[in-house]
Design a protein around this ligand. Structure first.
Ligand code: ATP
Length: 588
């Protein structure tokens, strides 16, 4: 397939943010795509080469790309840098530069999607001392044969700056329309995606095998399943109302969710956002296979830091010490954990997601042995408010956050947040009623003790409809010196020259970050705001929602993707909730 078709399509997509238009462009593109390249096209649309969980990163630095442009065009580096500075986008700058190309080349080889993809793949796989030269060679060979428009998109993919603003749901809508004639079949694609986390594979299946293939789609060992999530409730009473007569209550441990795929000694570990996290947990890889009594298995557990002497659970932040590239063995001994299993999704070649909670828990206890390191999450069947309260008390005393309440007869709903699982946290009973997970979009330099750090951060919610990050507050309290340093280390590499178009903010920050990090915030109230953009125009025209007295809780939610941050919808619900409480208080 000619790469020019893709480049032209990307060019049109870049010019719009409207979901319907994007869907239409995608449908047209998919209809022109041969079936054997459709998975590649789907990855490239998202600026990727493979699904996230495979961890394949292009990692090409701007400097190297500039050298490659210079080499293939004969234009001096300085001139390219000047053009880059003007537009702030190297892909765009390169297309302008290449229009003025001094070196004439004959278009010796056609640029195809396959060739671009394979070359990018080789670049991603390169490592070692000679890798920079080889990368240069590969990039300039592609640029040599590319038109300016093609070159601009090749560079954007290479640098990780291709941002078409296309959400996964939009891709699935377009696939359903292109290959089954109607958007209605999106749900079926959604299931396949939820159990494989691989949109490329879903696309290939519907293109080659049609809906029939999608309906027969099965869980694939070592492909992560998108996690089931819980709704929140504020009180025991509300829980009883929603869950009925009898249900399971489990400790809600404050650790990191880990999905384990095991076959013999082979183990893969995925985080909540489906990142591969094996390198942080060598102890799990080493020890857990011994506890498994099955040929193969997919399990979910909460890895929790513990005090080795008392066995007490420690807060999530302790696990942050394991998120490092070097000296992980030292961190493993200094920050010991236990693995607390709560679900089984696959066993001996068969899916378990259709089984009820009760059946899954039994299966879990049958196929996983407990010991000092591996435990089942404490569970109790509860029937009334008193029983929930008692179990909550035990849970809090053991150092956990609260309870997870689960319906006994319901299946595991991959990739969805629903009412079959509820979470009841102790902290919900304070002020706003909940903490929020917000995206860090901007920073302000600190003064005094905070000089050299970002003393204040600008935060945003996630707008699911627009796939954007509208601002909701500035936060400057709750930071310890250690957390300020830690945040600086994480955020500094995310500084971007230009504000990412997905950020919606009227407030000007000192620096803009690529929206990639989520932190946890508590606040006293949600108010209407003329400045902030979260849920703008929903409650009142020309006003957004903002947080009053926001405070950082100390939790850097590295395990959360930005699309998992608190949404506008959630903030609106909290806003309406506090109005209701205020109204009830006035009546009393
Ligand atoms: P939160 O912000 O409350 O941690 P979340 O958005 O990460 O929530 P939720 O579905 O709302 O995800 O809460 C479930 C999370 O709680 C899981 O992702 C998991 O990490 C953790 N957890 C702790 N104990 C349990 C348990 N017994 N069952 C399921 N999840 C548990």
């Amino acid at each position: 397939m000619e790469f020019s078709i893709l480049a032209e399509s990307f060019n049109k997509m870049e010019a719009t943010r409207k979901r319907l238009e994007l869907t239409q462009f995608l449908v047209e593109l998919f209809e022109k795509t041969p079936h054997d390249v459709i998975s590649k096209i789907v990855y490239l649309i998202q600026g990727k080469l493979r699904p996230d969980f495979e961890g394949i990163e292009l990692g090409v630095a701007e400097k190297l790309a500039i050298r490659a442009i210079s080499k293939s065009s004969g234009i001096p580096i300085k001139k390219i840098e000047d053009e880059y500075r003007k537009s702030g986008d190297l892909g765009h700058a390169s297309s302008i530069i290449l229009e003025q190309k001094t070196q004439t080349t004959f278009l010796v080889e056609d640029i195809t999607v396959e060739r671009v993809y394979e070359t990018l793949f080789k670049i991603a796989k390169l490592g070692g001392s000679r890798s920079q030269d080889m990368k240069m060679k590969y990039i300039s060979s592609l640029l040599n044969d590319a038109t300016p428009l093609e070159a601009s998109f090749i560079l954007k993919i290479l640098l990780g700056t291709l941002r078409l603003g296309i959400a996964e749901n939009t891709v699935m809508d377009a696939l359903a329309i292109a290959f089954s004639g109607t958007k209605e079949n999106r749900k079926k694609l959604q299931y396949a995606y939820n159990v494989s986390s691989d949109l490329g594979k879903v696309a290939e299946t519907i293109a080659t095998k049609g809906l029939d293939g999608i309906e027969k789609f099965e869980i694939i060992l070592f492909n992560p399943i998108r996690p089931m999530l819980a709704d929140r409730v504020k009180s025991e009473g509300e829980a009883i109302e929603k869950m009925g007569d009898e249900f399971a209550a489990e400790y809600k441990l404050d650790g990191e969710r880990v999905q384990l795929h095991i076959e013999g000694d082979k183990v893969a570990l995925f985080s909540r956002s489906l990142e591969n996290i094996e390198s942080y947990y060598p102890d799990i890889i080493e020890k857990i296979p011994k506890n498994i009594q099955a040929d193969n298995i997919i399990l979910e557990a909460e890895a929790v830091a513990i005090n080795e002497n008392t066995g007490e659970f420690l807060p999530f932040q302790e696990l942050m010490h394991r998120r490092r590239k070097y000296k992980i063995e030292k961190a493993v001994t200094e920050y010991p954990i236990t693995v607390n299993f709560f679900d089984i999704l696959y066993c001996n070649g068969k899916s378990c997601v259709e089984l009820s909670y009760k059946e899954r828990r039994e299966k879990l206890e049958k196929h996983v042995k407990q010991d000092e390191f591996a435990k089942y999450i404490p569970m109790s069947i509860v029937k009334n408010e008193n029983e929930i309260e008692d179990f909550m008390e035990n849970s809090i005393n053991a150092g956990s956050e609260g309870l997870m309440l689960k319906m006994l007869d319901k299946p595991y709903q991959a990739g969805s947040r629903g009412s079959h699982w509820l979470k009841l946290k102790r902290e919900y009973r304070n002020e706003l009623g909940d903490s929020l997970d917000l995206v860090v979009i901007g920073g302000f330099f600190g003064k005094g003790r905070r000089t050299g750090n970002y003393g204040t951060l600008l935060l945003a919610t996630y707008d699911e409809d627009e796939d954007t990050f509208p601002s909701i507050c500035k936060v400057g309290t709750g930071f310890s010196d250690e957390s300020l340093d830690q945040l600086y280390q994480i955020l500094h590499p995310k500084v971007s020259i230009k504000k990412n178009p997905r950020i919606i903010s009227e407030m000007e920050a000192d620096v803009w970050f690529e929206p990639e990090l989520v932190i946890e915030i508590v606040a006293s109230e949600i108010t209407l705001s003329p400045i902030h953009k979260a849920a703008k125009d929903v409650i009142r025209k020309d006003a957004g929602l903002a947080l009053r007295f926001p405070k950082f809780t100390g939790k850097i939610r590295v395990e959360k993707a930005v699309e998992d941050a608190s949404t506008n919808e959630e903030v609106i619900t909290l806003y309406k909730g506090q109005k209701k409480i205020a109204h009830e208080k006035n009546l009393m």
